[in-house]
Design a binder for this molecule. Structure first.
Ligand code: SF4
Length: 208
């Protein structure tokens, strides 16, 4: 685990316009995803291999703060349960990492197979699951696969364009503007569990 280097700005001090813009970007992702998923006829309904067990890392301060903003809207008792679960998950990851093992843990925001902060879920939770492409300047287009459930349900269908590039660019621009506005540098690299556990402990974020 890398040492945190900067204090996290409190989410209630972030200019509201940044969260508004993040929300609009998320809405665009959701529309793009829904349009492509509809084309394939793909749905996550009944999936046993829940992607909320994937160890997603999140890399932007703005999403980090948006998740915490969402957590603050939960009932106090639920917040406490989520924080306890987040701390357990972090211990499990740390233990497994120390032994060089892989471990899968359910995201602390997934309760009874449902994301209890669906409106605040980060970008990767919104984009995961369907095949996609990414264009980087000076490089060939990269193509990424769908999840295993997509492969089982729709893997026999021809690829239908789902370009993540505008979403990644939009997020990077917004994050950069935000960091300049509040005087932050670097990037974070944290799971949802780490975000919530650190916040509950009054600790700072991890950077990389
Ligand atoms: S934030 Fe929500 S959608 Fe994303 S991994 Fe956690 S429970 Fe799943």
């Amino acid at each position: 685990m890398k040492a945190p280097t900067q204090p996290a700005p409190l989410h209630d001090t972030v200019p509201a316009s940044f969260f508004d813009r993040l929300q609009r970007l998320y809405d665009a992702m959701d529309r793009g995803y829904a349009q492509v998923a509809d084309h394939y006829g793909f749905s996550c309904e009944g999936c046993k291999d829940n992607c909320c067990r994937t160890r997603f890392h999140h890399h932007t301060y703005l999403e980090y703060l948006f998740v915490l903003r969402g957590v603050a809207t939960l009932d106090t008792e639920i917040q406490l349960q989520v924080q306890l679960r987040a701390a357990q998950i972090c211990r499990s990851f740390d233990q497994a990492d120390g032994l060089g093992l892989q471990v899968r843990e359910m995201c602390p925001l997934n309760v009874d197979s449902r994301c209890i902060l669906y409106s605040h879920r980060p970008m990767i939770c919104r984009l995961h699951g369907i095949p996609h492409q990414l264009r980087k300047p000076g490089q060939n287009t990269l193509y990424g696969p769908g999840c295993s459930t997509f492969d089982k349900r729709c893997g026999n269908k021809p690829y239908y364009r789902f370009d993540r590039t505008p979403f990644y660019i939009g997020m990077a621009r917004l994050e950069n503007e935000f960091k300049q506005a509040v005087g932050l540098t670097g990037r974070i690299k944290m799971t949802i569990a780490r975000i919530i556990a650190y916040s509950a402990e009054g600790r700072e974020h991890e950077t990389h």
